[in-house]
Design a binder for this molecule. Structure first.
Ligand SMILES: *[C@@H]1O[C@H](CO)[C@@H](O)[C@H](O)[C@H]1NC(C)=O
Length: 491
């Protein structure tokens, strides 16, 4: 695949290494649910009924055996679902295959393998120059029912005194979001009292040990808005690695306020407005441009957010549209919109079609892991190859640190995302036409290329160039000179 030449130039990582926010800025992340990605036996037929919400047999060893599949799409980091021991048995809401129902923070989930399997995964990633991001839950534990909770089973917080008193969250009230409980009467999630000094200092010691025991390079923090903000600086500094938190809100002010306490956040405003803008040809492109500009302006450092359109809690784009050019727009927005580092959700490349939890945690092995083909596998490789070149090799391209800016083209259907030397054009009109879109701001007479289709164009004497979007698919235009030596488009 194209990505090979770039892979050889990645620095190799040996042993444990605390990867900072700066180290992560260049990364492109592939998120997966361990239970559903790959099995140790390599099966491509083992049944997995997502609606049953039970363990399907995916393991860390199975994942280790399938890293070529991820790396050949150009991803440089893998985010795995939570690793810790869960409450067991089939509850009213199924089993803890997803990992968000912890019982013992110090034990690994045996369904996924042993400590050695997890360490082998970390070193296999490091041998490839890739990073391991682990999803971490420190907001809560889980229980069978809310009467008679077995506090003594919890490790290390084995007493009711370490928890907030039971109350169900009122999502409109921040103090309730932080101090009350998620879940329900069937599977309540008792909420840790992180105001308790013993709890917060124990969590800091715990996370620093966890990072070092398993050579973890970064953390995805579950339910970050459910803990008081000023808990996070101490916790993430004890971790010593990049932290990206889940603050589920489409309000830029609210999400960005957390970046004063944590390196990065999922870019939920971008997710919601991108979906609304591209899901139909009447989607609101102006609202998207305004939101992305607001996030860029309000967040302390937009380059440390995570750009995504799919994840384990939301609909897959294959459920939103079957139009290939729109699916490509969603993929290009994920990797090249510039409003954060890319995060693709496993199966997005195979255009899986579930509309939400629990169906969007499909067993990927049932696809047979095809590479190439008529889905988006090659397309993600092309998108990542371009971004990887610009962030790792093209030093003068100013792609990594430049602030992005967004505008809507005169057709009202195309977003123009500018970052450093590149402009990404993405349209919501759908396949069947070849829109022409005017761009400006180039040097007079500059030789330009759309790096996604290799079509060349030349800026006029006033620095304008009109791009053609083939069958309405995205184009990524930049001065040809920045691709010299990349192998992209034969340059
Ligand atoms: C890390 O490993 C040490 C040594 O084996 C062990 O005592 C400690 O409990 C482990 N901590 C975690 C969080 O796994």
């Amino acid at each position: 695949m194209f990505a090979k030449s770039f892979i050889l130039s990645l620095p190799l990582i040996s042993g444990a290494l605390a990867a900072t926010a700066e180290d992560w800025r260049k990364r492109s992340i592939y998120e997966l649910v361990t239970d559903r990605f790959a099995r140790t036996d390599g099966s491509t037929t083992a049944a997995c009924s997502t609606s049953d919400r039970v363990f399907c047999g995916g393991t860390w060893q199975g994942l280790t055996n399938h890293l070529d599949y991820i790396q050949n799409m150009g991803f440089t980091a893998v985010w795995i679902s939570p690793i810790t021991m869960q409450i067991y048995g089939n509850t009213h809401s199924g089993e803890g295959y997803h990992g968000y129902w912890p019982k013992d923070y110090y034990s690994l989930n045996p369904n996924f393998g042993t400590a050695d399997d997890l360490k082998t995964l970390a070193s296999a990633l490091h041998d490839r120059g890739m990073y391991l991001m682990v999803d971490l839950v420190v907001n809560h534990y889980a229980s069978w029912g809310d009467e008679d909770i077995q506090w003594s089973q919890y490790v290390p917080f084995n007493d009711e005194k370490y928890f907030h008193d039971k109350c169900w969250i009122n999502w409109g009230k921040q103090d309730s979001v932080e101090n009350c409980w998620m879940g329900d009467g069937y599977v309540p999630l008792p909420d840790l009292d992180t105001e308790n000094d013993f709890v917060s200092s124990t969590l800091e010691t715990y996370v620093s040990e966890l990072i070092s025991n398993y050579s973890i390079d970064g953390l995805r923090i579950d339910a970050a808005k459910n803990i008081r903000k000023d808990f996070w600086p101490g916790f993430c500094s004890a971790a010593g690695v990049y932290c990206q938190g889940e603050v589920w809100s489409n309000n830029a002010d609210y999400v960005c306020s957390y970046q004063n306490y944590m390196d990065g956040l999922h870019n939920y405003p971008m997710h919601d407005y991108t979906l609304a803008a591209f899901r139909s040809n009447s989607g609101d492109m102006s609202a998207l441009a305004e939101t992305l500009n607001a996030v860029t302006r309000k967040c302390a450092d937009v380059g440390l957010l995570g750009s995504f359109v799919e994840n384990h809690d939301n609909a897959r784009m294959g459920s939103v549209t079957s139009d290939m050019s729109v699916l490509k727009s969603f993929a290009a927005m994920t990797v090249l919109s510039g409003n954060g580092m890319p995060i693709a959700y496993y199966g997005q490349e195979q255009i899986l079609t579930a509309s939400g939890d629990p169906d969007n945690r499909e067993a990927l092995w049932l696809t047979g892991y095809p590479t190439g083909g008529d889905k988006l596998y090659d397309y993600f490789a092309t998108l990542n190859q371009l971004r990887n070149w610009l962030v790792w090799n093209a030093d003068e391209a100013d792609y990594l640190t430049a602030k992005p800016s967004y505008e809507v083209a005169s057709d009202a259907h195309t977003l123009i995302a500018s970052k450093g030397v590149m402009k990404l054009l993405a349209s919501n009109v759908g396949s069947g036409s070849d829109p022409k879109v005017a761009t400006s701001g180039w040097s007079a007479g500059a030789d330009l290329v759309d790096a996604l289709t290799c079509t060349t164009l030349t800026a006029d004497s006033r620095g304008r160039a009109t791009a053609t979007m083939p069958d309405s698919a995205p184009v990524a235009i930049l001065p040809t000179s920045y691709l010299a030596g990349s192998g992209i488009c034969g340059l």
